[in-house]
Design a protein around this ligand. Structure first.
Ligand code: GLN
Length: 561
């Protein structure tokens, strides 16, 4: 029978509920339990796919093509269970489903209400997320409830899980509440009042937390912990400090040392072997002992908000661990890159153009790809980054003046990147999802496989087949493939189904490492093995750095990795 741990948050948002949930899941997994995680988002959007990265941070994509909250990225990086569409749902999805049922007459003429109809629907979605009653059923499902206790919009979720805990019976569910304990400088004290109030709010709703994770800039001293315990009715051993740490990979150890997993297993009557966090300790050791540093320029649009590139940042860091170097990422606003300023990229060991949408800053990204090609700087273009590399090559090498993507210039004389519907033959040879006016669900989404051409850099990295996740509308136009190929661009992978361009690269005798990929490899990187594409890219950055140092000093230097 699946047991549930509900994780809520209080006082303020952005306390790291996702990392706390993922860490608890990781510790339970190390105790031999089969776990999964589910994220409930209280907003009314059906999914985050149409939300600006400024609003929401990165949109994480699962194998089955769901556009989800970025916390699912943390989940996949922390535990071995893969996330699916069902692991993340929003108020929008709940209401959509309830309204569809109402229209179908499923409620048999009853008045449809938040309680019980919406709350029942939420419970149904939670059970589906945990795959209850299927072969994928887990021992423990950790359910993270987005938002902050006290918000109007998360109330139905809290009510639903309260009811669910009641129905599950004692010892089948636990509540963990993440709270904030601020240090007030003027008073020189940690303040427990916000925590007292947020737990009061929970108890008003009918939920008594079993454990409190107290976010603070330090360990909560005994006296304060006792006070929190007394006022919140949480036993002292349930008051757990979650101090700031310099790497998120320390959090499982911090929580385990204070007995969080023991407390949860006690409450849920789970008899397991003790936790074994050796792989986490090894990981932290690796993070703290790099043998060098590489500096990567990430040329993008959402440079002010590092959450927009969460998985990408992680993937680069994972590849750093694999190469024993610290990866320093400088976010370069592509709008600042012009022919006069592009020289600023010379100081970097590699250049990366990430995914993106819209015209703003596009010429700067094309300029960055040109700089990398001409100066033989390692270049990785992801999704949009692959498209700009193709446009640059078309314009500068293949002689296709004015080449562009129809996303940025609908009247370009050479639409080397375009919507399939814009270049599909009249006989409809290319069959795929077509564009509709509905903004959601018109993209190529989720995992797809491609064949990789032997002898290419991509083949060295991936072998014969690459399976990666997608999130884009535009494609490399098949009508230009021959022209581009003849002028020297290597098309190293085509999708198995529609023969769409997946990977482009420069010949290895022309450029040491230049690749554009139409997919998002960052979604599949884990801290354990990194990801082969990023590992290879960071290795190329290390070599570029070593060569640059060699030519600067005039004598050969050892490469850092
Ligand atoms: N805007 C481009 C497209 O829709 C690239 C998308 C992306 O980088 N994720 O195809």
């Amino acid at each position: 029978m699946t047991k549930f741990v509900f994780v809520t948050g209080g006082v303020v948002s952005s306390l790291g509920k996702g990392i706390a949930s993922a860490s608890l899941a990781a510790i339970l997994e190390s105790r031999g339990l089969k776990v999964t995680l589910i994220k409930l988002d209280p907003y009314i959007n059906v999914d985050p796919g149409t939300m600006s990265p400024f609003q929401h941070g990165e949109v994480f994509v699962t194998d089955d093509g769901a556009e989800t909250d970025l916390d699912l990225g943390h989940y996949e990086r922390f535990v071995t269970t893969r996330m699916r569409k069902a692991n993340n749902f929003t108020t929008g999805q709940i209401y959509k489903s309830v309204l569809e049922k109402e229209r179908r007459g499923d409620y048999l003429g009853k008045t449809v209400q938040v309680i019980p109809h919406v709350t029942n629907e939420i419970q149904e979605f939670v059970r589906r997320g945990a795959a209850v009653g299927t072969p994928n059923e887990v021992d423990v499902a950790i359910v993270e409830i987005g938002g902050t206790v006290g918000d109007i919009e998360s109330l139905p979720f809290l009510e639903a899980v309260r009811q669910m805990a009641l129905k599950l019976g004692p010892n089948n569910s636990a509540f963990v509440h993440l709270t904030y304990v601020p240090f007030i400088k003027a008073a020189g004290e940690l303040k427990t009042k916000p925590t007292q109030h947020t737990v009061q709010k929970m108890r008003e709703i009918g939920i008594q937390p079993d454990a409190l994770l107290c976010r603070a800039d330090r360990i909560i001293p005994e006296d304060e912990a006792e006070k929190i315990s007394l006022f919140t009715n949480v036993p002292k051993w349930g008051v757990i400090s979650m101090p700031d740490v310099d790497t998120i990979y320390k959090v499982p150890r911090v929580l385990h040392e204070q007995g969080l997993d023991g407390l949860i297993c006690d409450k849920l009557r789970l008899n397991t072997p003790p936790a074994n966090l050796k792989r986490w300790d090894d990981l932290v050791y690796e993070v703290e002992h790099p043998k060098g540093e590489v500096n990567i320029a990430m040329v993008g649009k959402y440079v002010d908000l590092s959450d927009s590139y969460k998985s990408l940042n992680e993937a680069l860091r994972h590849a750093g661990l694999k190469n024993h170097v610290h990866v320093k990422i400088d976010y370069v606003d592509s709008e600042t890159i012009t022919p006069d300023t592009v020289g600023q990229l010379a100081k970097y060991d590699a250049i990366l153009v990430p995914g993106g949408f819209g015209k703003r800053g596009i010429e700067g990204k094309i300029g960055a790809a040109r700089f990398a090609r001409e100066h033989k700087v390692p270049y990785l273009g992801i999704c949009l980054g692959m498209q700009v590399a193709t446009i640059e090559y078309a314009r500068d090498i293949a002689g296709l003046a004015g080449a562009n993507s129809t996303e940025f210039d609908p009247h370009t004389p050479h639409p080397v990147i375009a919507l399939i519907t814009e270049w599909q033959d009249a006989d409809g040879t290319i069959k795929t999802r077509t564009e509709t006016s509905d903004l959601g669900g018109t993209m190529r989404l989720g995992a797809q496989s491609s064949d990789v051409a032997p002898g290419t850099l991509a083949h060295k990295i991936y072998g014969d087949v690459v399976t990666e996740r997608h999130r884009h509308r535009y494609e490399a136009n098949v009508k230009y493939l021959d022209t581009l190929r003849k002028s020297g661009l290597v098309i190293s992978a085509l999708t198995q189904r529609e023969h769409l361009t997946e990977i482009v690269e420069l010949p290895q005798d022309v450029h040491p490492w230049f690749m554009g990929v139409q997919f998002h490899p960052e979604f599949k990187s884990t801290p354990w093995d990194g990801h082969p594409l990023f590992n290879s890219f960071i290795h190329a950055a290390c070599e570029h750095q070593a060569n640059a140092q060699k030519s600067a000093s005039g004598k050969p230097l050892k490469a850092v990795a």
